[in-house]
Write a protein that binds this ligand. Structure first.
Ligand SMILES: Cc1cc2nc3c(=O)[nH]c(=O)nc-3n(C[C@H](O)[C@H](O)[C@H](O)COP(=O)(O)OP(=O)(O)OC[C@H]3O[C@@H](n4cnc5c(N)ncnc54)[C@H](O)[C@@H]3O)c2cc1C
Length: 506
């Protein structure tokens, strides 16, 4: 550790701008990438021993000593994640690490199924094709459907939609559409659940933004890519090498515990895994942590930011827990099973992935042993349920959807239950903090941070990271990273007057 006259460690040579990025997930590493490429000195402080946060992967081993990478689970890389793809292209210019998943069935109760393959990419053709071919509704159902509520869907506007719909729950909005029960569950319940928030605690404004972002306004279509190998191999290890070659210092297994302004600079207190404290000094700071971690940091940093900013951060929430359960089975699943299938209305289960059909590492294990590696996910899990109940429910649903699994012996398993995904609760949009905190030199990045255009999940994390870095680059006279997104507004937004749209009272 190097110290300066006031006892702080600078780690960056004098005269060079130094930025501390707290959090080594997608948001933090995206910010570090843009800054380092512009010759700015960066230190990334990451609490865990690995990079990637919720999209990270860590070394583990099976009882027989076979090493493998465990992740927070299956991730879909949509084709309109332009900024995430630009980040990956730094280490894999042709994106060879991604492979297309052309279809993913949706399996409901009583043998119901849906597919999103080969839909036209443009609205309104995509909607018309979906309605025309879905087995979940008939043409005779159309007259009952609430026209105003549907018009709201194709008229997304980043200001107007939130102003009209953010205080309402997604559940109330979806009920108001008046779709037949099966279509309501198969087309909409699943979609809402993909954002980890239960419908009755999720903002209708945010849900409409997601309809626009993933479906109605997405020129790339609903199909997505998946990673050919664990994220650690295809993204995090090469990205760490790429950034270290550009002077980035990674302090892993190190937590930031306090951030204070020190004149025009920042003093960042960190503690490593052995409990050793240190203070970093920087010209700017990007807070790219989870919601609870950000709230904890601000709590411990009483003079950081004005009351308006601090109370907006306090108002953020995490949503209900998610569960990722990976199972090593002694036999394969039926050969025609899809690599990834969404499920709906079958207990707590939200999706099933067959890992040997997705990743090389799992394929090698399955080939060697004749078994199968399956991952079960559940999102927005009722927090009054205990682990035994969740396991029972997930296994029963798995057996119902893939009956051949009933005979399979579980050789090994990893069960993760975490609660660190952001909530988008009704009424939260107006106060949701953006990238710019209002404090010169201090920026937020992460998948909970507000952007002026539609974006979500991994792409929102990367985009806010790029935006935070751009704000710093601007003040230093460096060029900015281009930010790409889909059209900000829905197809009908310029033409539909507000009185034609649904106006809920709550
Ligand atoms: C099960 C699951 C499935 C998902 N599937 C998809 C999907 O299919 N498609 C998609 O787009 N997205 C998906 N996501 C969401 C996606 O993983 C996240 O949106 C994204 O990874 C968030 O990145 P982030 O950088 O904002 O936050 P994080 O990844 O949470 O990064 C925050 C980092 O800050 C670190 N940190 C926290 N506190 C401190 C501290 N005090 N000091 C230092 N470091 C600290 C954390 O360790 C972490 O590494 C999924 C998420 C989960 C959990």
């Amino acid at each position: 550790m190097r110290g300066d006259s006031n006892g702080t460690s600078t780690r960056a040579p004098k005269g060079t701008a130094h930025v501390v990025v707290i959090g080594g997930g997608l948001a933090g590493c995206a910010a570090a990438t843009v800054l380092a490429e512009r010759g700015i000195r960066v230190t990334v402080v990451e609490r865990e021993s690995f990079l990637g946060g919720r999209a990270g992967a860590w070394q583990d081993q099976l009882a027989d000593g076979t090493p493998f990478h465990m992740e927070r689970g299956f991730h879909a890389f949509f084709r309109h994640y332009y900024n995430l793809r630009a980040l990956i292209a730094r280490v894999d210019p042709t994106l060879r690490c991604l492979t297309p998943l052309d279809d993913y069935p949706l399996i409901g109760p009583d043998g119901w199924t849906e597919s999103f393959a080969k839909l036209p990419r443009r609205a309104p053709l995509n909607v018309m094709a979906l309605v025309w071919r879905t087995p979940s509704m008939k043409l005779s159902d159309l007259p009952a459907i609430a026209v105003k509520a549907v018009t709201e869907m194709v008229s997304f506007d980043p200001e107007g939609t939130y102003a009209r719909q953010d205080r309402r729950t997604a559940e109330s909005y979806l009920d108001s559409l008046n779709f037949p029960d099966r279509a309501r569950r198969m087309l909409f319940d699943v979609f809402a659940h993909s954002f980890f928030n239960p419908e009755n605690r999720y903002s209708a404004g945010e849900l409409l933004a997601m309809f626009h972002y993933y479906f109605l306004g997405n020129p790339e279509g609903l199909v997505f890519d998946t990673a050919r190998e664990p994220f650690s191999a295809v993204l995090w290890a090469p990205l760490q090498r790429y950034l270290e070659a550009r002077g980035v210092t990674f302090l892993t297994e190190t937590s930031a515990v306090r951030v204070e302004q020190d004149g025009a600079r920042f003093a960042i207190d960190i503690v490593d895994r052995l409990g050793r404290p240190e203070t970093l000094s920087s010209d700017a700071c990007v807070l790219a942590v989870t919601v609870p971690a950000l709230q904890g940091l601000l709590e411990a940093s009483p003079s950081l930011g004005d009351e308006a900013f601090r109370s907006d951060v306090r108002a953020l929430e995490v949503t209900l827990p998610f569960v990722v359960w990976r199972l090593w089975l002694d036999r394969p699943m039926r050969p025609d099973r899809a690599p990834f299938a969404g499920t709906c209305g079958i207990g707590l289960l939200d999706n099933i992935s067959i890992y040997e059909k997705l990743e090389g590492e799992s394929a090698a294990w399955a080939q060697r042993t004749g078994g199968s590696i399956v991952e079960l996910h559940a999102y927005g899990v009722d927090d009054t349920l205990d682990e035994a109940e969740i396991r029972r429910s997930l296994m029963a649903s798995f057996h119902e959807v893939y009956p051949e699994a009933r005979e399979a012996k579980v050789l090994e398993e990893r069960y993760l239950a975490r609660r660190d995904c952001p909530a988008f609760q009704p009424g939260s949009h107006a106060r949701r903090p953006g990238v710019d905190t209002g404090i010169p030199g201090l920026f937020l990045a992460g998948d909970f941070v507000k952007l002026p255009f539609p974006s979500a999940l991994m792409e929102r994390a990367v985009t806010t990271g790029f935006e935070a870095a751009n704000a710093i680059a601007r003040t230093l006279g460096r060029h900015e990273e281009p930010i790409r997104t889909i059209p900000r507004r829905g197809l009908l937004a310029p033409f539909v007057p507000a009185k034609w749209l649904s106006t809920p009272s709550t």
